[in-house]
Design a protein around this ligand. Structure first.
Ligand code: ADP
Ligand code: 5GP
Length: 184
């Protein structure tokens, strides 16, 4: 890796990663490149191909995966998710800060392939609060919520593998901690 900096943000579904990163983007539109992942899950209402994700079919995803075109990839709650490699290599070479918002298995792969990446874990104040946030978001089926809460237990137990843990209780405080971790 050359001049640029790779930052990985991981945390259970519903913890508030998207909310925090959206605010970070509003505050620093020119400083950070947000990697757009590919996924085989269906778009939620309001999500657009090429903005939130590249919504690929399973065949398309598997083809790119087998051709080695992902920096990392994982299966999560029944779908594939992965980080396409070319835009990341390009941005790092240009000296940009590149941010990946990915789940635990992917974060572990990046720890192996890019040991210099800074890995930040976003934790919920409690599992009860996490479940409430997932339900209040009203985007996932009951089946998906159960799968996501199961993953959440495993993810929270792995928080000590990360360089920094930020508890997203008060949004503004968590945002300030995230900014400090990213730009220090
Ligand atoms: P993730 O991207 O980690 O899956 P989201 O950003 O979609 O999570 O947040 C899940 C829900 O929790 C959303 O409804 C969001 O508005 C809410 N939320 C996020 N951060 C906070 C916070 N600090 N306090 C209360 N609610 C929050
Ligand atoms: P969601 O379906 O809620 O958008 O995302 C589910 C999980 O997949 C989240 O934990 C999110 O961080 C993770 N994720 C999103 N994109 C990627 C990716 O490119 N790679 C990996 N490994 N996980 C991802």
């Amino acid at each position: 890796m050359s001049e640029g900096k790779l930052i990985v943000v991981t945390g259970p579904s519903g913890v508030g990663k998207g909310t925090l990163l959206q605010k970070l983007l509003e505050r620093h539109p020119d400083r950070i490149l947000f990697s757009i992942s590919a996924t085989t899950r269906s778009p939620r209402s309001g999500e657009e191909h090429g903005r939130e994700y590249l919504f690929w079919s399973r065949e398309e995803f598997e083809g790119k995966r087998d051709a080695g075109e992902f920096l990392e990839w994982a299966e999560y709650a029944g779908n594939f998710y992965g980080t396409p490699k070319p835009p990341i290599d390009q941005a790092i070479a240009l000296g940009q800060i590149v941010l990946l918002e990915i789940e635990l298995a992917g974060a572990r792969q990046v720890a192996q392939t890019f040991p210099s990446a800074k890995r930040i874990f976003i934790a919920p104040p409690s599992m009860e609060v996490l479940e409430n946030r997932l339900r209040q978001r009203s985007t996932d089926s009951e089946e998906q919520i159960v799968k996501r809460l199961h993953h959440a237990e495993l993810e929270v137990a792995a928080a000590n593998e990360f360089n920094i843990t930020i508890v997203n209780d008060n949004l503004e405080i968590a945002l300030q901690q995230l900014e400090k971790a990213m730009f220090e």
